[in-house]
Structure formats: C-alpha cells, structure tokens
Design a protein around this ligand. Structure first.
Ligand SMILES: [Zn+2]
Length: 74
C-alpha cells in the first residue's frame, strides 16, 4: 500500500480475496513502513491521512492510497 501523494510505501499488507483493498484488517498488516498510527486514523509520514480507524481494521481513503499489487488504470 502506497501513499498517493508522496508515493512512499505505507505498509505491507497481506491481501485476501479479490477486489479493491478498501478495508485493511490490522492483523493482516505485515509490516508498517511509513504509515503512522494516530488515535483518529492512519497517516502517512508526509501528513496525509490514508485511513480511518474502525477498531479491528482501517477504512482506507480511496484517493489517498495506491495498491501496488494490482494494476492501476489511469
Ligand atoms: Zn505520503
């Protein structure tokens, strides 16, 4: 998972199933890289909020992240 603003790697995520990664379960986050956990959500080191904390998972801000494991059509 990367930050769309600065393209830094946020964290490594073990994706299960098809489709977009909208919900990131915390127990599937393999390793935090540039992501920073704050009480109100998940932030990139550049200051962009990339996800909202929902307890056991994060709801990712769609426009704020890119997932490098999938083809991204632009
Ligand atoms: Zn960033």
């Amino acid at each position: 998972m990367k930050c769309a603003a600065c393209r830094k790697k946020l964290f490594r995520y073990r994706k299960i199933g098809q489709g977009e990664v909208h919900r990131c379960h915390k127990d599937r986050i393999v390793r935090m890289v540039h992501a920073r956990e704050r009480p109100d959500g998940l932030y990139c080191a550049c200051g962009c909020r990339v996800g909202m904390d929902r307890g056991s998972y994060y709801t990712m801000v769609k426009k704020a992240v890119t997932y490098s494991g999938e083809k991204i059509n632009k």
